[in-house]
Write a protein that binds this ligand. Structure first.
Ligand code: PMP
Length: 406
């Protein structure tokens, strides 16, 4: 059965999609960088600020209790999204902070010569925090090579695993190519080698159903803002026993058990890792985004996004000056490309004149760009609210841009 999803049915939920840009209807193809927000999210955040707001966890008054309840309910929604238990979800500033949290706290148990495996396809957020450990402790970083089609070299990965491997940290779906990594197999092999696993789900969770229990992953991280939620918040999933074994990350209010002049104890997870006043309104928006998303058949949405990608690729077929980065079959709706004779930034700027928003640059993935032998690429990324007409508008605007630089 082919699952069908109609983007028109959701477009009305996104006020921003009706705006004009440079005299053209907005064609927003930059959702891999950050997605637009549905009314359900905007209204949940406004409702909280207008109707019931106070600081969380510390009060005995009604508004504090209501806000705490809303904040913890958001945690429930996020936990449900990935089949986690409630105490396994830590709210962070985003995917980046979640990885830094794990690298910093787990990293304190590492020593020189311990090895961490990442891949060449990683976003800098899943490279730099591990580099810190290399710089500080002499931990060795190993990179799973990327094959020409953008997929990971699994044979090479098997060869990298050894008894010094302490952590395998890879992305679920590349933000550059959209190629999906075989994370179940990656996790299985890492476990067999005695290593922990972290999956950067910043892109993956947006397009794929995630079940952390079925995956048996130790850590899974993502940001709300790519998932149709607000900026400033994300989630770290950690298996209960893994989180319990980690020391605190930042110190401050809420993360403690008891503080004396010469002694301190810490709260249990997840609060141990949520020092200070959290992003309360954003958490409520995050929960609203996840609840809103739950009404859709995720597979049908992914098929829709992929169909838009296929439509564009079919229309661009035969264009010899255009190179697509990442052509492996298992990929989502992200199209990274270079154009002969034109810089990606220039392409993006010309597309913008026609109201088409795409990203251009290194996409915070320099090792991958180097692997492909390019310094930058343009990227069109498709979300559930994009339509076939928009895919066509992109191809038409790209043709005009090509003529401009011919
Ligand atoms: N990992 C991947 C794969 C991403 O696409 C991004 C965002 N571009 C990040 C990590 C970092 O996410 P954030 O900036 O929201 O922390």
């Amino acid at each position: 059965m082919t699952l069908h999803f109609d983007p028109q049915s959701v477009r009305a939920d996104f006020p921003i999609l009706s705006r004009q840009v440079n005299g053209h209807p907005l064609v927003y193809l930059d959702s891999a960088a950050s997605a637009q927000k549905p009314r359900a999210v905007i209204e949940a955040m406004t409702r909280a600020m207008e109707g019931s707001y106070a600081n969380v966890h510390r009060g005995l008054h009604t508004l504090a209790n209501e806000t705490t309840e809303a904040y913890e309910k958001a945690r429930e929604s996020v936990a449900r999204l990935i089949n986690a238990d409630l105490n396994e979800i830590v709210f962070t500033k985003g995917g980046t902070e979640a990885i830094n949290l794990v690298a910093d706290t787990f990293g304190r148990s590492l020593k020189a010569g311990d090895e961490i495996i990442v891949s060449q396809a990683e976003h800098h957020a899943n490279i730099v925090p591990w580099h810190f450990l290399r710089e500080r402790l002499g931990v060795v970083l190993r990179f799973i090579p990327v094959l020409d089609d953008g997929s990971l070299d699994m044979e090479a990965y098997r060869g990298l695993l050894n008894d010094r491997t302490r952590m395998v940290a890879v992305g679920h779906m590349s933000n550059v190519t959209g190629v999906i990594a075989p994370i179940a197999e990656i996790i299985r092999l890492a476990k067999a080698a005695g290593a922990l696993t972290l999956i950067d789900g910043c892109q993956g969770v947006v397009h794929l159903a995630v079940d952390v229990k079925a995956l048996d992953v130790d850590f899974y991280v993502f940001s709300a803002h790519k998932l149709y939620g607000p900026t400033g918040i994300g989630a770290l999933y950690g298996k209960a026993e893994r989180l319990a074994a980690l020391p605190p990350y930042q110190g401050g209010g809420e993360m403690i058990g008891l503080v004396e002049e010469q002694r301190i104890t810490y709260a249990e997870p997840p609060h141990r890792f949520e020092a200070g006043t959290p992003a309360i309104i954003e958490a409520i928006g995050f929960g609203a985004a996840v609840d809103w998303l739950a009404q859709f058949d995720r597979q049908a949405v992914a098929a829709h996004e992929r169909a838009l990608y296929d439509r564009v690729v079919a229309r661009l077929d035969g264009d010899n000056g255009l190179r697509i980065l990442g052509t492996a079959p298992d990929k989502g709706g992200i199209l990274s490309f270079t154009v002969e004779g034109a810089h990606a930034h220039d392409i993006a700027q010309v597309l913008d004149r026609y109201g088409v928003a795409v990203r251009a640059g290194t996409h915070c993935a320099e090792p991958l760009m180097r692997r492909f032998g390019v310094t930058s690429s343009a990227r069109a990324s498709f979300a559930l609210y994009n339509t076939e007409a928009e895919a066509d508008a992109f191809v038409d605007a790209l043709a005009k841009a090509r003529r401009f630089f011919a």
